[in-house]
Design a binder for this molecule. Structure first.
Ligand code: GLC
Length: 550
Protein backbone atom coordinates (compact mmCIF):
# COMPACT_ATOMS: atom_id res chain seq x y z
CA UNK A 1 0.00 0.00 0.00
CA UNK A 2 1.44 3.34 -0.97
CA UNK A 3 0.55 6.31 1.19
CA UNK A 4 1.55 8.81 -1.43
CA UNK A 5 -1.39 10.80 -2.81
CA UNK A 6 -3.76 9.83 -0.03
CA UNK A 7 -4.77 13.23 1.44
CA UNK A 8 -4.47 12.02 5.02
CA UNK A 9 -1.43 9.88 4.30
CA UNK A 10 0.35 11.02 7.45
CA UNK A 11 -2.15 9.17 9.63
CA UNK A 12 -1.07 5.80 8.25
CA UNK A 13 2.56 6.58 7.57
CA UNK A 14 5.64 5.15 9.22
CA UNK A 15 8.37 7.78 9.26
CA UNK A 16 12.12 7.31 8.98
CA UNK A 17 14.40 10.04 10.23
CA UNK A 18 17.78 10.30 8.59
CA UNK A 19 20.77 12.57 8.51
CA UNK A 20 22.01 12.87 4.92
CA UNK A 21 25.61 13.25 6.05
CA UNK A 22 25.44 9.95 7.91
CA UNK A 23 23.54 7.79 5.46
CA UNK A 24 25.49 7.07 2.30
CA UNK A 25 28.36 8.84 0.58
CA UNK A 26 27.85 8.87 -3.20
CA UNK A 27 30.76 11.16 -4.11
CA UNK A 28 33.53 9.53 -2.12
CA UNK A 29 34.45 12.58 -0.03
CA UNK A 30 33.61 11.05 3.34
CA UNK A 31 30.29 12.89 3.75
CA UNK A 32 26.96 11.27 3.09
CA UNK A 33 25.09 13.07 0.32
CA UNK A 34 21.95 13.13 -1.79
CA UNK A 35 23.41 10.93 -4.51
CA UNK A 36 24.19 8.36 -1.88
CA UNK A 37 20.70 8.64 -0.48
CA UNK A 38 19.19 8.22 -3.95
CA UNK A 39 21.06 4.95 -4.18
CA UNK A 40 19.49 3.79 -0.92
CA UNK A 41 15.85 4.73 -1.52
CA UNK A 42 15.16 1.11 -2.47
CA UNK A 43 16.43 0.14 0.95
CA UNK A 44 13.89 2.42 2.63
CA UNK A 45 11.15 0.97 0.50
CA UNK A 46 12.21 -2.56 1.42
CA UNK A 47 12.23 -1.66 5.07
CA UNK A 48 8.65 -0.55 4.61
CA UNK A 49 8.74 3.08 5.66
CA UNK A 50 6.32 5.56 4.11
CA UNK A 51 7.84 8.94 4.75
CA UNK A 52 11.44 10.07 4.93
CA UNK A 53 12.28 12.98 7.23
CA UNK A 54 15.55 14.68 6.35
CA UNK A 55 17.52 16.67 8.89
CA UNK A 56 18.43 20.16 7.61
CA UNK A 57 20.18 19.96 4.24
CA UNK A 58 20.81 23.69 3.78
CA UNK A 59 24.14 25.51 3.44
CA UNK A 60 25.45 25.81 6.97
CA UNK A 61 28.68 25.92 8.96
CA UNK A 62 27.27 22.74 10.56
CA UNK A 63 28.04 23.95 14.03
CA UNK A 64 24.72 22.38 15.03
CA UNK A 65 24.62 19.85 12.19
CA UNK A 66 22.62 22.10 9.92
CA UNK A 67 20.19 23.52 12.48
CA UNK A 68 22.31 26.61 11.95
CA UNK A 69 21.13 27.61 8.48
CA UNK A 70 23.19 30.02 6.39
CA UNK A 71 20.95 29.99 3.29
CA UNK A 72 17.37 28.72 3.26
CA UNK A 73 17.13 28.34 -0.49
CA UNK A 74 19.93 25.99 -1.31
CA UNK A 75 21.58 22.67 -0.52
CA UNK A 76 24.77 22.26 1.49
CA UNK A 77 27.60 21.74 -0.99
CA UNK A 78 28.72 18.57 0.77
CA UNK A 79 25.25 17.10 0.20
CA UNK A 80 24.77 18.01 -3.47
CA UNK A 81 22.67 20.42 -5.48
CA UNK A 82 19.06 21.48 -5.86
CA UNK A 83 18.87 19.12 -8.85
CA UNK A 84 20.03 16.25 -6.66
CA UNK A 85 17.37 17.20 -4.16
CA UNK A 86 14.70 17.22 -6.85
CA UNK A 87 15.85 13.73 -7.86
CA UNK A 88 15.34 12.59 -4.26
CA UNK A 89 11.83 14.02 -4.14
CA UNK A 90 10.95 12.30 -7.42
CA UNK A 91 12.65 9.07 -6.39
CA UNK A 92 10.78 8.99 -3.10
CA UNK A 93 7.45 9.59 -4.83
CA UNK A 94 8.11 7.00 -7.53
CA UNK A 95 8.42 4.48 -4.74
CA UNK A 96 5.09 5.48 -3.20
CA UNK A 97 6.72 7.24 -0.26
CA UNK A 98 6.62 10.84 0.98
CA UNK A 99 9.32 13.21 2.10
CA UNK A 100 9.42 15.96 4.70
CA UNK A 101 12.35 18.18 5.57
CA UNK A 102 13.34 20.19 8.58
CA UNK A 103 12.67 23.90 8.54
CA UNK A 104 14.37 25.99 11.19
CA UNK A 105 12.12 29.00 11.82
CA UNK A 106 13.34 30.20 15.17
CA UNK A 107 16.96 31.02 14.42
CA UNK A 108 19.63 31.13 11.74
CA UNK A 109 23.37 30.60 11.75
CA UNK A 110 25.47 33.58 12.79
CA UNK A 111 26.98 33.09 9.33
CA UNK A 112 23.69 33.81 7.59
CA UNK A 113 23.99 37.00 5.47
CA UNK A 114 20.97 38.40 7.34
CA UNK A 115 22.77 38.18 10.65
CA UNK A 116 26.07 39.38 9.23
CA UNK A 117 24.21 42.43 7.97
CA UNK A 118 22.20 42.78 11.15
CA UNK A 119 25.25 42.95 13.37
CA UNK A 120 27.00 45.55 11.15
CA UNK A 121 25.34 48.56 12.73
CA UNK A 122 22.37 49.59 14.79
CA UNK A 123 20.71 51.06 11.75
CA UNK A 124 21.38 48.26 9.34
CA UNK A 125 18.20 47.43 7.39
CA UNK A 126 18.43 43.90 8.78
CA UNK A 127 19.05 45.04 12.37
CA UNK A 128 15.49 44.35 13.41
CA UNK A 129 15.44 40.85 11.89
CA UNK A 130 17.08 39.64 15.09
CA UNK A 131 16.46 40.35 18.76
CA UNK A 132 18.92 42.98 20.03
CA UNK A 133 19.12 44.58 23.43
CA UNK A 134 21.25 47.05 25.33
CA UNK A 135 21.15 44.81 28.38
CA UNK A 136 21.27 41.09 28.99
CA UNK A 137 18.64 41.39 31.70
CA UNK A 138 15.54 41.03 29.56
CA UNK A 139 13.46 37.84 29.47
CA UNK A 140 15.09 36.44 32.57
CA UNK A 141 12.31 33.87 33.00
CA UNK A 142 13.35 32.00 29.86
CA UNK A 143 15.29 28.85 30.66
CA UNK A 144 18.57 27.92 29.01
CA UNK A 145 18.16 24.85 26.79
CA UNK A 146 21.76 23.92 25.99
CA UNK A 147 22.64 23.93 29.67
CA UNK A 148 26.01 22.23 29.24
CA UNK A 149 27.37 24.93 26.93
CA UNK A 150 25.48 28.19 27.27
CA UNK A 151 25.43 30.43 30.34
CA UNK A 152 22.92 32.95 29.03
CA UNK A 153 20.39 33.39 26.25
CA UNK A 154 22.12 36.70 25.46
CA UNK A 155 25.50 37.13 23.80
CA UNK A 156 27.37 40.41 23.71
CA UNK A 157 28.38 41.63 20.27
CA UNK A 158 31.47 43.85 20.31
CA UNK A 159 30.78 45.54 17.01
CA UNK A 160 27.71 47.49 18.10
CA UNK A 161 27.95 46.99 21.85
CA UNK A 162 24.59 45.24 22.18
CA UNK A 163 23.42 41.76 23.10
CA UNK A 164 21.58 39.39 20.78
CA UNK A 165 19.08 36.77 21.85
CA UNK A 166 19.48 33.02 21.21
CA UNK A 167 17.63 30.05 22.71
CA UNK A 168 20.25 27.56 21.53
CA UNK A 169 23.97 27.98 20.78
CA UNK A 170 25.26 31.55 20.62
CA UNK A 171 26.07 30.69 16.99
CA UNK A 172 22.30 30.50 16.40
CA UNK A 173 20.81 33.99 16.82
CA UNK A 174 17.00 34.02 17.11
CA UNK A 175 15.02 35.71 14.39
CA UNK A 176 12.68 38.47 15.48
CA UNK A 177 9.13 37.34 14.73
CA UNK A 178 7.76 40.72 15.71
CA UNK A 179 9.16 41.87 12.43
CA UNK A 180 6.59 41.35 9.62
CA UNK A 181 9.39 40.96 7.07
CA UNK A 182 10.72 37.93 8.94
CA UNK A 183 7.26 36.42 9.11
CA UNK A 184 6.74 36.86 5.38
CA UNK A 185 10.21 35.67 4.41
CA UNK A 186 9.64 32.36 6.15
CA UNK A 187 6.37 31.82 4.30
CA UNK A 188 8.21 32.47 1.04
CA UNK A 189 10.82 29.88 2.01
CA UNK A 190 8.05 27.40 2.73
CA UNK A 191 6.79 27.98 -0.82
CA UNK A 192 10.25 27.50 -2.27
CA UNK A 193 10.50 23.95 -0.94
CA UNK A 194 6.86 23.05 -1.45
CA UNK A 195 7.37 23.98 -5.10
CA UNK A 196 10.16 21.41 -5.22
CA UNK A 197 7.49 18.86 -4.38
CA UNK A 198 8.13 17.96 -0.75
CA UNK A 199 5.20 16.69 1.30
CA UNK A 200 5.73 18.89 4.32
CA UNK A 201 8.00 20.12 7.04
CA UNK A 202 9.19 19.08 10.44
CA UNK A 203 9.17 22.50 12.05
CA UNK A 204 12.08 22.93 14.42
CA UNK A 205 11.94 24.57 17.84
CA UNK A 206 8.39 25.90 17.51
CA UNK A 207 7.67 27.14 21.06
CA UNK A 208 10.32 29.85 21.04
CA UNK A 209 9.39 32.09 18.12
CA UNK A 210 8.33 35.10 20.20
CA UNK A 211 9.65 36.66 23.41
CA UNK A 212 7.64 38.59 25.98
CA UNK A 213 8.72 40.04 29.33
CA UNK A 214 7.57 38.19 32.46
CA UNK A 215 6.87 34.98 30.60
CA UNK A 216 9.05 31.93 30.03
CA UNK A 217 8.97 32.90 26.34
CA UNK A 218 7.48 29.55 25.32
CA UNK A 219 4.13 28.79 23.68
CA UNK A 220 3.11 32.44 23.63
CA UNK A 221 -0.21 33.44 22.02
CA UNK A 222 1.79 35.35 19.40
CA UNK A 223 3.56 32.12 18.46
CA UNK A 224 0.23 30.36 18.01
CA UNK A 225 -1.02 33.22 15.88
CA UNK A 226 1.94 32.88 13.59
CA UNK A 227 1.53 29.12 13.38
CA UNK A 228 -2.11 29.69 12.38
CA UNK A 229 -0.95 32.00 9.66
CA UNK A 230 1.57 29.42 8.47
CA UNK A 231 -1.07 26.67 8.41
CA UNK A 232 -3.58 28.83 6.56
CA UNK A 233 -0.88 29.62 4.02
CA UNK A 234 -0.04 25.93 3.52
CA UNK A 235 -3.71 24.94 3.41
CA UNK A 236 -4.45 27.54 0.73
CA UNK A 237 -1.45 26.89 -1.47
CA UNK A 238 -0.36 23.35 -0.68
CA UNK A 239 -3.30 21.24 0.47
CA UNK A 240 -2.29 17.72 1.48
CA UNK A 241 1.16 18.82 2.65
CA UNK A 242 1.84 18.62 6.36
CA UNK A 243 3.40 20.52 9.21
CA UNK A 244 4.90 18.53 12.06
CA UNK A 245 5.72 20.38 15.27
CA UNK A 246 8.80 19.90 17.34
CA UNK A 247 7.45 21.25 20.61
CA UNK A 248 9.10 19.55 23.54
CA UNK A 249 6.33 20.34 26.01
CA UNK A 250 3.74 18.74 28.27
CA UNK A 251 0.74 17.17 26.50
CA UNK A 252 -1.70 19.97 27.37
CA UNK A 253 0.71 22.55 25.93
CA UNK A 254 1.35 20.51 22.80
CA UNK A 255 -2.40 20.07 22.39
CA UNK A 256 -2.57 23.81 21.69
CA UNK A 257 -0.35 23.32 18.65
CA UNK A 258 -3.07 21.30 16.95
CA UNK A 259 -5.39 24.27 17.54
CA UNK A 260 -8.80 23.86 16.11
CA UNK A 261 -7.27 21.80 13.32
CA UNK A 262 -5.80 25.13 12.22
CA UNK A 263 -2.24 24.80 13.47
CA UNK A 264 -0.11 21.66 13.06
CA UNK A 265 -1.21 18.40 11.44
CA UNK A 266 1.19 16.49 13.63
CA UNK A 267 3.28 16.93 16.75
CA UNK A 268 5.80 14.77 18.53
CA UNK A 269 4.68 13.22 21.77
CA UNK A 270 7.81 13.98 23.77
CA UNK A 271 6.64 13.01 27.27
CA UNK A 272 5.60 9.50 26.26
CA UNK A 273 9.07 8.56 25.04
CA UNK A 274 11.08 8.49 28.31
CA UNK A 275 8.18 6.75 30.02
CA UNK A 276 8.41 3.82 27.65
CA UNK A 277 11.98 3.33 28.82
CA UNK A 278 11.01 4.00 32.44
CA UNK A 279 8.35 1.32 32.40
CA UNK A 280 10.93 -1.39 31.70
CA UNK A 281 13.11 -0.42 34.65
CA UNK A 282 10.11 0.06 36.93
CA UNK A 283 8.66 -3.23 35.71
CA UNK A 284 5.39 -1.39 35.66
CA UNK A 285 3.08 0.27 33.16
CA UNK A 286 2.27 3.06 35.66
CA UNK A 287 4.13 5.93 34.00
CA UNK A 288 2.79 5.09 30.53
CA UNK A 289 -0.78 4.93 31.74
CA UNK A 290 -0.34 8.15 33.63
CA UNK A 291 1.01 10.16 30.68
CA UNK A 292 -1.53 8.76 28.23
CA UNK A 293 -4.33 9.64 30.62
CA UNK A 294 -2.92 13.15 30.76
CA UNK A 295 -2.89 13.39 26.96
CA UNK A 296 -5.89 15.37 25.71
CA UNK A 297 -7.88 14.37 22.64
CA UNK A 298 -6.75 15.95 19.42
CA UNK A 299 -8.79 17.00 16.36
CA UNK A 300 -9.80 14.03 14.17
CA UNK A 301 -7.42 14.86 11.35
CA UNK A 302 -4.50 15.57 13.66
CA UNK A 303 -1.94 12.95 14.54
CA UNK A 304 0.75 12.33 17.14
CA UNK A 305 4.23 11.35 16.10
CA UNK A 306 5.79 8.86 18.42
CA UNK A 307 9.39 7.75 18.63
CA UNK A 308 11.92 5.92 20.75
CA UNK A 309 15.07 7.79 19.78
CA UNK A 310 16.08 10.62 17.50
CA UNK A 311 19.17 12.63 16.55
CA UNK A 312 19.17 14.53 19.86
CA UNK A 313 19.80 13.36 23.39
CA UNK A 314 16.97 11.29 24.87
CA UNK A 315 15.33 14.30 26.40
CA UNK A 316 14.30 14.28 30.04
CA UNK A 317 12.74 17.72 29.99
CA UNK A 318 9.18 16.42 30.25
CA UNK A 319 9.58 14.34 33.42
CA UNK A 320 9.67 15.23 37.09
CA UNK A 321 12.97 15.84 38.86
CA UNK A 322 12.63 12.48 40.58
CA UNK A 323 11.92 10.66 37.33
CA UNK A 324 14.90 12.37 35.72
CA UNK A 325 17.22 11.16 38.45
CA UNK A 326 15.77 7.68 38.07
CA UNK A 327 16.30 7.69 34.30
CA UNK A 328 19.85 8.98 34.68
CA UNK A 329 20.70 6.36 37.28
CA UNK A 330 19.18 3.55 35.25
CA UNK A 331 20.15 4.51 31.72
CA UNK A 332 23.09 6.88 32.09
CA UNK A 333 25.22 5.68 34.99
CA UNK A 334 28.34 7.32 33.52
CA UNK A 335 28.54 11.12 33.40
CA UNK A 336 29.57 11.02 29.73
CA UNK A 337 26.25 9.43 28.90
CA UNK A 338 24.42 12.57 29.99
CA UNK A 339 23.97 15.71 27.97
CA UNK A 340 22.00 18.79 28.98
CA UNK A 341 18.77 17.37 30.44
CA UNK A 342 19.07 14.08 28.63
CA UNK A 343 20.95 10.96 27.65
CA UNK A 344 23.11 10.73 24.55
CA UNK A 345 22.73 7.08 23.72
CA UNK A 346 21.10 5.02 21.01
CA UNK A 347 18.28 2.54 21.37
CA UNK A 348 20.25 -0.73 21.37
CA UNK A 349 22.90 0.26 23.95
CA UNK A 350 20.20 1.82 26.15
CA UNK A 351 18.45 -1.53 26.21
CA UNK A 352 21.64 -3.44 26.94
CA UNK A 353 21.47 -4.75 23.38
CA UNK A 354 18.76 -7.11 24.58
CA UNK A 355 16.75 -8.25 21.55
CA UNK A 356 13.66 -8.92 23.63
CA UNK A 357 13.53 -5.39 24.99
CA UNK A 358 14.40 -3.79 21.64
CA UNK A 359 11.57 -5.71 19.99
CA UNK A 360 9.21 -4.95 22.83
CA UNK A 361 9.67 -1.19 22.58
CA UNK A 362 9.30 -1.38 18.81
CA UNK A 363 6.13 -3.42 19.20
CA UNK A 364 4.74 -0.59 21.35
CA UNK A 365 6.04 2.11 19.02
CA UNK A 366 4.13 0.53 16.13
CA UNK A 367 0.84 0.12 17.99
CA UNK A 368 0.45 3.05 20.38
CA UNK A 369 -1.59 5.99 19.06
CA UNK A 370 0.24 8.08 16.47
CA UNK A 371 2.55 7.65 13.54
CA UNK A 372 5.84 6.01 14.48
CA UNK A 373 9.26 7.37 13.58
CA UNK A 374 12.31 5.16 13.25
CA UNK A 375 15.70 6.78 13.72
CA UNK A 376 18.15 5.58 11.07
CA UNK A 377 20.26 2.67 12.23
CA UNK A 378 17.94 1.67 15.04
CA UNK A 379 16.32 -0.88 12.73
CA UNK A 380 19.58 -2.84 12.91
CA UNK A 381 20.43 -1.93 16.49
CA UNK A 382 23.38 0.37 15.83
CA UNK A 383 25.50 1.52 18.75
CA UNK A 384 26.77 4.90 19.91
CA UNK A 385 29.92 6.46 21.29
CA UNK A 386 29.54 8.57 24.40
CA UNK A 387 33.08 9.91 24.10
CA UNK A 388 32.28 12.05 21.10
CA UNK A 389 31.24 15.65 21.65
CA UNK A 390 27.71 16.95 21.77
CA UNK A 391 25.31 14.53 20.04
CA UNK A 392 27.86 13.26 17.51
CA UNK A 393 27.99 9.83 19.11
CA UNK A 394 24.46 9.04 17.90
CA UNK A 395 25.02 10.50 14.42
CA UNK A 396 27.71 8.14 13.14
CA UNK A 397 27.76 6.63 9.63
CA UNK A 398 25.13 4.07 8.71
CA UNK A 399 26.49 0.53 8.80
CA UNK A 400 25.62 -1.14 5.49
CA UNK A 401 27.98 -4.10 5.22
CA UNK A 402 31.42 -5.40 6.19
CA UNK A 403 33.40 -3.67 3.44
CA UNK A 404 35.56 -0.59 4.00
CA UNK A 405 33.78 1.97 6.20
CA UNK A 406 30.82 -0.36 6.43
CA UNK A 407 29.99 0.43 2.81
CA UNK A 408 29.16 3.98 3.83
CA UNK A 409 32.00 5.66 1.95
CA UNK A 410 35.11 4.86 -0.05
CA UNK A 411 36.99 7.82 1.46
CA UNK A 412 39.88 7.44 3.89
CA UNK A 413 38.55 10.14 6.16
CA UNK A 414 34.95 10.44 7.19
CA UNK A 415 32.95 13.36 8.56
CA UNK A 416 32.76 11.26 11.72
CA UNK A 417 34.52 7.97 12.41
CA UNK A 418 32.60 4.71 12.29
CA UNK A 419 31.54 3.19 15.59
CA UNK A 420 34.53 1.14 16.65
CA UNK A 421 33.37 -1.43 19.12
CA UNK A 422 33.50 -5.19 19.57
CA UNK A 423 29.76 -5.52 19.83
CA UNK A 424 28.41 -2.55 17.92
CA UNK A 425 31.13 -2.18 15.26
CA UNK A 426 30.08 -2.76 11.67
CA UNK A 427 31.58 -6.23 11.53
CA UNK A 428 28.87 -7.29 13.92
CA UNK A 429 26.05 -4.88 13.15
CA UNK A 430 25.22 -4.09 9.54
CA UNK A 431 22.35 -4.14 7.08
CA UNK A 432 23.68 -6.80 4.71
CA UNK A 433 24.18 -9.37 7.45
CA UNK A 434 20.77 -8.74 8.92
CA UNK A 435 19.04 -8.87 5.56
CA UNK A 436 20.63 -12.27 5.00
CA UNK A 437 19.46 -13.57 8.35
CA UNK A 438 15.71 -14.18 8.60
CA UNK A 439 15.97 -14.10 12.39
CA UNK A 440 17.55 -10.64 12.56
CA UNK A 441 16.18 -7.52 14.17
CA UNK A 442 15.89 -5.97 10.71
CA UNK A 443 13.55 -8.72 9.57
CA UNK A 444 11.56 -8.42 12.76
CA UNK A 445 11.06 -4.70 12.18
CA UNK A 446 10.09 -5.32 8.55
CA UNK A 447 7.60 -7.93 9.68
CA UNK A 448 6.00 -5.66 12.27
CA UNK A 449 5.70 -2.88 9.68
CA UNK A 450 4.19 -5.23 7.12
CA UNK A 451 1.58 -6.41 9.58
CA UNK A 452 0.87 -2.88 10.82
CA UNK A 453 0.16 -1.76 7.28
CA UNK A 454 -2.54 -4.31 6.71
CA UNK A 455 -4.77 -2.48 9.17
CA UNK A 456 -5.97 1.01 9.80
CA UNK A 457 -6.51 0.52 13.51
CA UNK A 458 -2.95 1.38 14.49
CA UNK A 459 -2.80 4.69 12.66
CA UNK A 460 -6.42 5.75 13.00
CA UNK A 461 -8.14 3.62 15.58
CA UNK A 462 -9.43 4.64 18.97
CA UNK A 463 -7.30 3.91 22.01
CA UNK A 464 -8.32 2.50 25.35
CA UNK A 465 -6.36 0.82 28.12
CA UNK A 466 -7.00 -2.73 29.25
CA UNK A 467 -5.52 -2.89 32.71
CA UNK A 468 -5.36 -6.26 34.40
CA UNK A 469 -4.46 -6.28 38.06
CA UNK A 470 -0.87 -7.24 37.34
CA UNK A 471 0.77 -3.94 36.50
CA UNK A 472 3.83 -5.53 34.91
CA UNK A 473 1.58 -6.05 31.91
CA UNK A 474 0.27 -3.25 29.76
CA UNK A 475 -2.77 -3.79 27.60
CA UNK A 476 -4.58 -1.51 25.18
CA UNK A 477 -7.30 -1.67 22.59
CA UNK A 478 -7.00 -0.17 19.16
CA UNK A 479 -10.32 -0.17 17.35
CA UNK A 480 -11.11 1.18 13.93
CA UNK A 481 -14.61 1.32 12.54
CA UNK A 482 -14.74 1.90 8.80
CA UNK A 483 -16.78 5.09 8.66
CA UNK A 484 -17.22 4.93 4.91
CA UNK A 485 -18.27 1.25 4.97
CA UNK A 486 -20.23 0.37 8.12
CA UNK A 487 -20.98 -3.10 6.72
CA UNK A 488 -17.30 -3.99 7.12
CA UNK A 489 -16.54 -5.34 10.58
CA UNK A 490 -14.50 -2.95 12.72
CA UNK A 491 -10.85 -3.82 13.22
CA UNK A 492 -10.40 -4.62 16.88
CA UNK A 493 -6.99 -5.23 18.43
CA UNK A 494 -5.87 -5.95 21.94
CA UNK A 495 -2.15 -5.34 22.39
CA UNK A 496 -0.56 -6.96 25.42
CA UNK A 497 3.03 -6.40 26.50
CA UNK A 498 4.96 -7.91 29.36
CA UNK A 499 7.23 -5.15 30.66
CA UNK A 500 9.21 -7.51 32.86
CA UNK A 501 11.84 -10.21 32.48
CA UNK A 502 9.65 -12.81 34.18
CA UNK A 503 6.60 -14.80 33.25
CA UNK A 504 3.47 -12.79 33.97
CA UNK A 505 -0.01 -14.13 34.26
CA UNK A 506 -2.94 -11.84 33.68
CA UNK A 507 -6.64 -12.24 34.00
CA UNK A 508 -8.76 -10.20 31.65
CA UNK A 509 -12.45 -9.57 31.61
CA UNK A 510 -13.29 -10.12 27.96
CA UNK A 511 -16.93 -11.03 28.60
CA UNK A 512 -18.12 -8.62 25.92
CA UNK A 513 -16.31 -10.73 23.32
CA UNK A 514 -17.61 -14.18 24.24
CA UNK A 515 -17.32 -16.78 21.53
CA UNK A 516 -14.48 -15.03 19.74
CA UNK A 517 -11.06 -16.49 19.14
CA UNK A 518 -8.22 -13.95 19.33
CA UNK A 519 -5.42 -14.36 16.81
CA UNK A 520 -1.96 -12.88 17.25
CA UNK A 521 -1.45 -11.20 13.88
CA UNK A 522 2.33 -11.22 14.28
CA UNK A 523 2.56 -15.02 14.52
CA UNK A 524 -0.87 -16.11 13.23
CA UNK A 525 -1.20 -18.12 16.42
CA UNK A 526 -4.77 -18.58 17.67
CA UNK A 527 -5.45 -18.01 21.35
CA UNK A 528 -8.06 -19.91 23.34
CA UNK A 529 -11.65 -18.96 22.65
CA UNK A 530 -13.17 -16.33 24.92
CA UNK A 531 -15.87 -17.70 27.19
CA UNK A 532 -18.00 -16.33 30.01
CA UNK A 533 -15.15 -17.18 32.40
CA UNK A 534 -12.34 -14.72 33.19
CA UNK A 535 -9.70 -14.97 30.47
CA UNK A 536 -6.32 -15.95 31.85
CA UNK A 537 -3.11 -15.73 29.85
CA UNK A 538 0.56 -16.12 30.59
CA UNK A 539 3.09 -13.95 28.83
CA UNK A 540 6.76 -14.89 28.49
CA UNK A 541 9.40 -12.39 29.65
CA UNK A 542 9.13 -9.24 27.48
CA UNK A 543 6.55 -10.94 25.28
CA UNK A 544 4.27 -8.79 23.14
CA UNK A 545 1.17 -9.83 21.23
CA UNK A 546 -1.10 -8.01 18.83
CA UNK A 547 -4.35 -9.91 19.27
CA UNK A 548 -7.02 -9.42 16.66
CA UNK A 549 -10.56 -10.11 17.76
CA UNK A 550 -12.82 -11.01 14.88
C1 GLC B 1 15.97 21.07 17.73
C2 GLC B 1 16.81 20.03 17.03
C3 GLC B 1 18.19 20.04 17.60
C4 GLC B 1 18.78 21.41 17.42
C5 GLC B 1 17.87 22.48 18.04
C6 GLC B 1 18.29 23.85 17.62
O1 GLC B 1 15.79 20.77 19.07
O2 GLC B 1 16.20 18.78 17.14
O3 GLC B 1 19.00 19.07 16.99
O4 GLC B 1 20.05 21.48 18.03
O5 GLC B 1 16.55 22.33 17.59
O6 GLC B 1 17.98 24.08 16.28
Amino acid sequence: MSVYKNPTWYKDAVFYELYIRAFKDGSGDGHGDLRGLLDRLDYLQELGVDCVWLLPMYPSPLFDDGYDVADYRNIHEDFGTLEDFKAIVDGVHERGMCIIVDIVLNHTSDQHPWFIESRQSKDSPKRDWYVWSETDQRYQDARIIFLDTEVSNWTYDELTGEYYWHRFYSQQPDLNYDNPEVQQEMLDIVDFWMEMGIDGFRVDAVPYLFERENTNCENLPETHDYVKRLRAHVEAKWPGRILLAEANQWPHDVREYFGDADEFHMAFHFPLMPRLFMSLKQRSRRSIVDIMNRTPDIPPMAQWCIFLRNHDELTLEMVTEEERQFMWEQYAPEPRMRLNLGIRRRLAPLLNNDRRRIELLNAMLFTLPGSPIIYYGDEIGMGDDIWRDDRNGVRTPMQWDTSKNAGFSSADELYEAMIDDRIFGFQGVNVAQQQADPESLWHKVVHMLTVRKQYRAFGRGSFEFELPENDGVLGYWRVYAHEDAPEIEPERFLVLVNLTDELQTVTLDLGAHQGKTPVDVLTSESWPEITAEPYTATLAPYEYVWLKLP
